[in-house]
Design a protein around this ligand. Sequence first.
Ligand code: AMP
Length: 221
Amino acid sequence: MKLILLGAPGSGKGTMAAVLKKEYQITHISTGDIFRANIKEQTPLGIEAKKYIDQGALVPDELTISMVEDRLAQPDCANGYLLDGFPRTIAQAEKLDAMLASKNTKLDAVINVTVPAEVIMERVVNRRVCTSCGESYNVVSRPTKVEGVCDVCGKEVIQRDDDKPETVKQRLVTYEENTKPLIDFYMAKGIVITADNSSSPEVAFQQASEALSEMGFQKVQ
Ligand code: AMP
């Protein structure tokens, strides 16, 4: 199964990805996570990517696409994957289509996670993430048991630099301009599943899994 997750910053894409990964035992590829790992290791890619990420802008297509091409060539992608945060531009989507076509394959579905715009800012600025396992928290609705310490792995929980309000505003503009047009791009192919995350992540996941089931994809027991 080859899936894409779409959604604005703060839509709950990350939470949806974690559940899909667990329930379908699918390889999860988050381009944001790969960039953050490279920034932590101070690789040349990380140093370059940080310039854009810190401003709420997109990392240039050439860098991002070649990084994803390398990742998709790894053995754990042979039976499918869930792309989280890629594509984010029409150019990336077209390149992905070409990559898949050259292997005589195609995407199965695009899950578009939606929430009302007014909820997004609140969610993102209150978000905290574990620096080690990536678990996501919210200081209001889902705080850690001990402040700054991950409930799951015990490592440090922080606010991402790009989750600060000024950067979030720019990320939302970037989303509207570059990424939102992908919904129509994939609608035209008839492969979009809408997962409404305005009430709860459970409801959103239920919608996604029902649609996947109708397409013949079942959860792993
Ligand atoms: P995320 O964790 O998905 O919110 O990604 C964090 C940041 O990484 C984004 O705001 C972008 O600056 C950068 N990024 C992640 N994925 C992409 C992509 N497909 N294309 C360009 N930049 C990306």
